[in-house]
Design a protein around this ligand. Structure first.
Ligand code: C2E
Ligand code: MG
Ligand code: MG
Ligand code: MG
Length: 289
């Protein structure tokens, strides 16, 4: 396409592409070694149930501290791991670490929390995936009912992948649709998918105070969750106004900087002692309405 427009833009375009693929390859090769080098780390972001007034779960989020480049965002390196085929190894590493950590928390917490782990659709292509998950649960001793897997909507989900999700459900693992509402396939998904929860995408939450359409989207998605008898959690909640709007409209599970940013396992242990009451004071107004 670029060639038709002008010769120079064509060659520029090519240079860009070549550069991108070299650094991608380089990054990919580093990533491949990152697990052995202890450069990968899991951080955890607590999820709050505002009606219960407490933390009920945490999401595991991957971090990569690159030796020379510093911190690299998972949005940048997960696609590379997917493309270069080692997302299966990375995903397994995260799952094992997260389950192990949650099992350790269970031995010290009164109320057991759930652990949510992000899954790449590519992991479902691996025939041995469900067996691997079963093995990791046995190895770590975490009960399946405390594990949730988050999967981003994907139009091109194959029957085999859906079947794998079904088998995970049969094990007792919860399945949530991440970034819900950002892909056009949302509704047909819920029909085909063995889903238990919807994660309301942060792009809608961001517009709570400024955008009528975002507010309408949120209300519509909450009503979809109700109709399908699914749980719903909002992500990316940063302000009291956003939390207030969500809870008032029937979404009482909240994840976001307003309550907690992602943090190391040690930090979680400390921060879980904190009282949520000051941040939940908006609930009094809702109750009074
Ligand atoms: P996600 O699963 O939708 O995770 C939510 C992202 O929003 C996280 O970004 C989290 O740090 C960020 N976040 C949470 N609360 C707030 C908030 O109040 N405001 C804002 N602005 N952001 C908030 P993060 O950690 O950079 O992860 C980005 C994405 O990378 C994740 O999106 C997920 O799709 C992917 N990812 C992370 N860890 C893994 C993993 O272990 N495996 C796979 N396959 N993907 C992962
Ligand atoms: Mg997620
Ligand atoms: Mg998300
Ligand atoms: Mg995402």
């Amino acid at each position: 396409i670029a060639k038709k427009e002008s010769g120079s833009s064509y060659s520029f375009f090519n240079q860009q592409m070549a550069m991108n693929s070299v650094s991608k390859l380089e990054m990919g090769n580093h990533l491949r070694q990152s697990m052995d080098r202890n450069e990968l780390e899991i951080v955890y972001q607590p999820q709050v149930d505002c009606l219960q007034g407490k933390v009920t779960g945490v999401e595991a989020l991957l971090r990569w501290n690159h030796t020379t480049k510093g911190y690299i965002s998972p949005s940048e390196f997960i696609p590379i791991a997917e493309e270069m085929g080692f997302i299966v190894a990375v995903g397994e590493w995260v799952l094992r670490g997260a389950c192990l950590q949650m099992k350790a928390w269970h031995s010290i917490l009164e109320d057991p929390l759930t652990i949510s782990v992000n899954l790449s659709v590519k992991q479902l292509n691996d025939e041995r995936f469900v067996d691997k998950v079963t093995q990791i649960l046995e190895e770590t001793g975490l009960e399946a009912i405390y594990l949730e897997m988050e999967i981003t909507e994907n139009v091109a989900m194959q029957d085999e992948q859906l079947e794998a999700l079904g088998r995970l459900r049969e094990l007792g693992i919860a399945i949530s649709v991440d970034d819900f509402g950002t892909h056009y396939s949302s509704l047909s998904y819920l029909k085909r998918f063995p889903v238990t929860k919807i994660k309301l995408d942060q792009s809608f939450v961001r517009g709570v105070q400024t955008d009528d359409k975002d507010r309408a989207m949120i209300k519509a998605i909450i009503s979809v969750a109700k109709s399908f008898q699914l749980q719903i959690i909002a992500e990316g909640v940063e302000t009291e106004e956003q939390a207030d709007f969500l809870v008032a409209n029937g979404c009482s599970q909240i994840q976001g900087y307003y309550f907690f940013k992602p943090m190391t396992a040690d930090q979680v242990q400390v921060r879980l002692q904190e009282s949520l009451q000051p941040k939940l004071s908006f609930m009094a107004t809702i109750a009074a309405e």
